[in-house]
Design a protein around this ligand. Structure first.
Ligand code: UD1
Ligand code: CA
Length: 457
């Protein structure tokens, strides 16, 4: 089988983004653009993958990690110059090289596959992935001769009036015979409107040498959009969202309003989950079957069990069991472990805490750095006092304990198995098993005292 290599161009600053962040690091549905590109190339079984970095090289290399080799393009003299940086790593290899821009994150693996196949079947020296768009502004135009063969690509800024009318554009993705590519790059000049070395010029060079040049036209122009500014970024987000949401719906997930549902690329959702509008589900999240999420819920890096309901809530970096109800208006903060059949209700904040099966905190509570056993009832307004201004301390509430409303549990403290805490208590010492603890001032009633107050001058 022909060997396959990839070169990803990611050295540009992305001036048109007007951003401190380098272009290829801008996220789409929470994942940096460059990661989408690399992810889409992944299953092609490439023999070598080289990313050309320049602006923000350290940050881009950090992001990509060991998924690619890197070459630094010290000065950004154009896309041909960028590809040339890979010369020492690739030039002598036999095989096909795909060149992909770091700013076309929507091109799918299937399209890359088709491009490779088209190129290899025809024994071409170069095959350009092209598409037809309504508004070709900014793109290189594909100029064909009278036999409809691709002759060259002319950049927008170099095009004459007639060429500007051409709707077939260069997507910035190409397959090349590897050795032919590096030989042709030697001949590219920077004699053009931008004074850059254009990679598309290789096409004309090969065509003049009577090398076989092909174009593979894809009909999905949303897929090939280059992200040069924030408008294109928002469009890409929309396209990606539609694509991801459609695949979940096809897998049996109900999205009540897909255009208002935001699901990240690494999220797994089982069939018969229902998601209401305004929900943002991101990171490494899994939602198991028959759960109901939203409306207006944010879930990041969580596992949500079966038959669980999460309404108008924020849940982060936590594990939630089966048949749990969360919200409305609850906040589950990182490192929380919520068992099965648990209820975390209105205005309850949970942080780095464990809830055993069947435990409940139904209203207005703060549960932080706490370990709750099974079947614990946390009354309305209970607060674990976990912070002394310097350190965080643990509250332990054992199985079957009952915490009365408006209690403060001053950590470190343990409420043992089956114990009761009376409402309004401030607990500073451990409560033994099966005991009742009352820690509040005793009530005194002064009969008839109201009149005395009212008659005061
Ligand atoms: C490029 C193509 C254009 C095509 C369009 C598709 C050229 C000259 N033009 O234009 O025909 O229609 O993509 O989206 O190739 N880069 C480097 N080093 C450089 C310059 C660029 O690594 O010196 C990288 C950029 O980071 C980017 C990619 O190459 O990821 C494309 O560069 P960009 O400036 O966005 O090219 P376009 O003007 O969009
Ligand atoms: Ca671009």
């Amino acid at each position: 089988m022909t060997k396959r290599y990839a070169i990803i161009l990611a050295a540009g600053q992305g001036t048109r983004m007007k951003s401190k962040l380098y272009k290829v690091l801008h996220p789409i549905l929470g994942r940096p653009m460059i990661q989408h590109v690399i992810g889409n190339l992944k299953s092609l079984q490439l023999n070598k993958q080289i990313t050309i970095v320049g602006f923000g090289a350290d940050k881009v290399m950090d992001e990509v990690g060991d998924q690619s080799e890197f070459v630094v393009q010290e000065e950004q003299l154009g896309t041909a110059h960028a590809v040339q940086q890979a010369e020492s790593l690739l030039k002598d290899q036999q095989g096909t090289t795909i060149v992909v821009c770091g700013d076309t994150p929507l091109i799918t693996t299937e399209t890359f596959e088709k491009l490779f196949a088209y190129h290899e079947e025809r024994n071409a020296k170069a095959t350009i992935l092209t598409t037809e768009v309504q508004d070709p502004t900014g793109y290189g135009r594909v100029i064909r001769n009278e036999h409809k063969e691709v002759e060259r690509i002319v950049e927008h800024k170099d095009a004459n009036d007639k060429e500007l009318l051409v709707n077939e554009v260069n997507t910035g993705t190409y397959c090349f015979d590897n050795q032919t590519l590096f030989a042709a790059l030697q001949e590219v000049s920077n004699d053009n409107a931008q004074g850059e070395y254009y990679l598309p010029d290789v096409i004309e060079i090969l065509q003049k040498r009577a090398d076989k040049v092909e174009a593979f036209l894809t009909t999905d122009s949303d897929e090939t959009a280059g992200i040069n500014d924030r408008v294109a970024l928002a469009n890409a987000e929309e396209t990606m969202k539609r694509r991801i949401n459609a695949s979940h719906m096809r897998n049996g997930v109900t999205l009540m309003d897909p255009s208002n549902t935001y699901i990240g690329p690494d999220v797994t959702i089982e069939p018969d989950v229902i998601i209401y509008p305004g929900s943002i589900i991101s990171g490494q999240t899994t939602i198991k079957s028959d759960s109901v999420i939203g409306p207006h819920t944010e879930i990041t890096d969580c596992t949500i069990g079966e038959l669980t309901v999460v309404k108008q809530s924020v849940v982060k970096d936590s594990e939630i069991g089966n048949r749990v109800t969360i919200g409305p208006f609850a906040h589950i903060r990182p490192e929380s472990l919520i068992g099965n059949d648990v209820k975390v209700g209105n205005f309850v904040e949970v942080k780095k805490s464990t809830f055993g099966n069947k435990s409940k905190a139904s209203h207005l509570s703060y549960i932080g750095d706490a370990k709750l056993g099974e079947n614990v009832n946390v009354g309305c307004g209970t607060i674990t006092v976990n912070y002394d201004g310097k350190n965080k301390h643990l509250t332990t509430i054992e199985d079957d304990a009952f915490i009365g409303c408006n209690s403060n549990l001053v950590a470190p403290v343990t409420i043992e198995k089956g114990a009761y805490v009376a409402a309004g208590s401030t607990i500073t010492k451990d409560v033994p098993e099966e005991a009742l603890s009352i820690a509040r001032a005793r009530q005194t009633n002064k009969e008839g005292y109201a009149a005395k107050i009212k008659n005061r001058k």
